[in-house]
Design a protein around this ligand. Structure first.
Ligand SMILES: Nc1nc2c(c(=O)[nH]1)N[C@H]1C(S)=C(S)[C@@H](COP(=O)(O)O)O[C@H]1N2
Ligand SMILES: [Mo]
Length: 420
């Protein structure tokens, strides 16, 4: 639009006469059509600047029209070209009316129209080509990305290392199911899942780099700059099998779960251990570096707390009397699960006692186990159920409720349900 107006004005000024400028001609044509009352009002308000105000107002309106025309032309040039032709014809008609003077006067508005259409067509082609280039870059790059991926291991180490995808794949691999938990879960929360991970032991990588004494924290950084601080002792503990995972459920890591490589440390909440899209690993100290969530008031060290949850029945569910089975999950990573107990209606019928539930087979100590308990003969009406777990260290979940911030919620999960 700027090109059209500028060319029209220039051609009129140099070759014809100022009155043949489409911009001025449209302004003058508008003034001719304005009722006297409005004209008087404008003169009273703006004095001798009235024409300037009109021309500026026109500029604003034309700019807005240009923006809208641009937005509706993102896919095709036709909408933009229609707007340009319509405005061009308005310019031609205005010049014919205002400047008279036959064919020569048409030079400026026609030049204006052609310049507008030409520049629009050219800019549109540039934009479309750029978009196509970007789209092509995305599709070509993604399968190649592991080739570009590097992990730098530096800081308090004997030897700085830079690992490529091929380096990683040539190392000894480990494979196991691990349950991952987000610290943001309140009691009974849903942010927990189990997957089968394949990767390289982080302990092997730390051995290769040689950790210097006193490096009590590993700060890892993802490609988008997120940082995570993990205790070195947890990662180097060979019994723990902390890993740099490159496969999940025997397929490449999905992009949203950290492709090409992420960290998995059993027993630690995700925000202090599970760096996705990892590119940098720095051996340092807790005194020296503060990771992303620590700067936002979450905890510094955050082992996953032993938890249990009732998944069935759901809260406030109606259940048929002959098929009441309570069921759920529980985890006690790195320690293992000793037992799960359930208490119905606050222990009314059991003298406050808890009843042990049946546990599914243990896959390994770092994955959740399901539990269930059949309760025949419950009277119709409302009931409550509480669950608590005890792990192999002898710890039984505390009833004390604390919020998830800063390092994980505690408390028993309780539900209400109705027997029909
Ligand atoms: N790069 C990066 N990694 C990250 C996070 C993040 O925001 N950015 N969030 C962490 C948190 S808080 C959790 S709970 C887990 C979640 O992993 P998931 O998305 O695979 O479920 O990733 C962790 N790794
Ligand atoms: Mo999280």
């Amino acid at each position: 639009m700027v090109a059209a107006l500028a060319v029209g004005h220039l051609v009129a000024g140099i070759l014809v006469a100022p009155s043949a400028s489409p911009y001025l001609a449209v302004g003058n044509a508008a003034i001719d059509r304005t009722p006297n009352a409005v004209k008087d009002f404008a003169i009273a308000q703006f004095g001798t600047s009235d024409k300037l105000v009109l021309l500026l107002g026109m500029a604003v309106v034309i700019a807005l029209v240009a923006v809208v025309a641009g937005l509706v032309s993102r896919r095709r040039t036709l909408p933009g070209l229609i707007v340009i032709v319509v405005l061009g014809v308005v310019g031609i008609l205005a010049v014919l009316e205002q400047a008279g003077g036959g064919v020569l006067a048409l030079l400026a508005p026609v030049a204006s129209l052609l310049a507008g259409a030409g520049v629009f067509w050219w800019l549109h082609r540039l934009a479309v080509r750029r978009a196509a280039r970007q789209a092509a870059a995305v599709t070509e790059d993604s399968p190649r990305q592991p080739q570009d991926w590097r992990l730098r291991i530096h800081g308090m180490v004997e030897r700085e290392l830079t690992l490529s995808w091929d380096d990683l794949r040539s190392m000894r691999s480990v494979e196991r199911p691990v349950t991952m938990t987000c610290v943001s879960n309140e009691v009974g929360g849903p942010y927990i899942s189990t997957a089968h991970f394949t990767g390289v032991m982080l302990a092997d990588i730390l051995d290769a780099a040689g950790v210097r004494n006193g490096a009590d924290q590993i700060v890892t950084t993802s490609v988008d700059g997120w940082t995570c601080g993990t205790p070195t002792e947890t990662v180097s503990d060979p019994g723990r099998e902390a890993m740099l995972a490159y496969a999940m459920n025997r397929e490449p890591l999905p992009v949203e779960h950290g492709f090409p490589v992420r960290m998995i440390v059993p027993g630690l909440y995700g925000f202090v251990s599970a760096t996705k899209w990892i590119t940098d690993m720095k051996l340092t100290t807790f005194a020296e570096d503060r990771a992303y969530w620590l700067q936002r008031d979450w905890g510094q060290r955050a082992p996953i707390k032993t938890m249990s949850r009732i998944d069935s029945p759901g809260s406030f569910e109606q259940v048929a009397a002959d098929r009441v089975t309570l069921a759920g999950i529980r985890v006690a990573q790195t320690v293992g699960i000793e037992r799960v107990e359930v208490r119905l209606d606050g222990g009314q019928s059991t003298g406050g006692q808890w009843t042990p539930a049946e546990l599914s087979t243990e896959v390994n100590i770092d994955t959740w186990r399901m539990w269930r308990m059949g309760v025949p003969g419950l009277r119709p009406g409302p009931h409550t159920a509480d669950v608590r777990a005890t792990d192999k260290s002898g710890y039984t979940q505390t009833p004390e409720r604390v919020l998830s911030i800063p390092d994980g919620a505690t408390g028993w999960h309780s539900i209400r349900f109705t027997v029909q």
